[in-house]
Design a binder for this molecule. Sequence first.
Ligand code: SAM
Length: 344
Amino acid sequence: MPLQPNIIERYLVNRGSIPGPLMDVAIPAFKFWSMIAAMETGFFEALDGKSCSIEELAEETNCSEEGIENLVKVMEPLGYIKSENGRYELSKAAQRSLPIDLLKDMAPFFKSQMQEYENVAHAIREAPEEGICGWDVVKSGKIGRSYQTTMRWLASTTVDEVVGKIDIPDDAEKMLDVGGSHGLYTLKFCRKYPKLEGTILDWPIGLEEAQTTLDENPDVADRIKLIERDFEQEELPEGHDFAFLGNIIHGIDPEGNRELFQKLSRATTANGTVAILDQVGGVQGSKFARGIAALAGFNLFLFSGGKSYSYNRIKDWFRDAGFTKFDQKKLKQPGFSLVVAQKA
Ligand SMILES: C[S@@+](CC[C@H](N)C(=O)[O-])C[C@H]1O[C@@H](n2cnc3c(N)ncnc32)[C@H](O)[C@@H]1O
């Protein structure tokens, strides 16, 4: 959560009296590592639903009292915890925003990103097509599983809003979730439309994550199947009334997307619907909203040479693939939109 400067501090920051590198390099880095420390040691879990003293926190997390003392000093002004009479508990905002049970598993992915981005200046100089991280890093192993957990958490923050905003015909029977990973979107769509059967398509690492969701939701699991396929290298399965792509097109170059949209056309029925959930370029609004969207776009560029495409560009790919009706719906998270297209 952002450190909140008071009015005088804000004035000093804005006029440059508090040095930029301190605010944008040193402090964010220290913040990042304090969060990783809290995630890895189980600091937030220890405070879940109860208050603790430093000694109790140290014992529960198996950490030194000196280390925990340092961590609480950071987490209090950041707004994650509050203290009373030497006891600490999670703030309301922390309770709302922290996916406590996923934090430990998300840490390896965030840490690996820091290492991968070491060559950031090279990315700016050369703009390598495949970015400076690339998909291979997250396709398997510990980092891959951690990436999938992070995707699960992100989706859990948007799935209700997304599925609430997309209407497909009540008699739609087949949905395809391209790069569906955890499958939370398919699950929610199947709950919203009782006749719908879903197919989640992903690499094996994504399907492992989807299987976890199916195991946890046996009431809907028999309506969802998993299919291992590479959507860039191979054709998509056909005959779907509805296809969903969550955070997929931003990782693919324009030519790859043009091809993918042609595949989507072949994969959907004559009056099929396709919904794209993504960061869509051209964000207007406050500096906060534009800043978050721009930094997220910068991350896509570094990660895989990706970008947030404009609504017009996405519409062009749809039009070329035979879709005729389009709509953009903004989401609460800065920069995120839904683009929904229909063939007829
Ligand atoms: C950014 S995540 C999005 C996950 C999910 N759709 C969401 O919005 O939360 C991208 C997903 O696509 C999968 N993926 C990426 N490239 C792929 C490809 N070429 N073929 C199959 N799956 C791919 C990844 O494994 C990952 O699960």
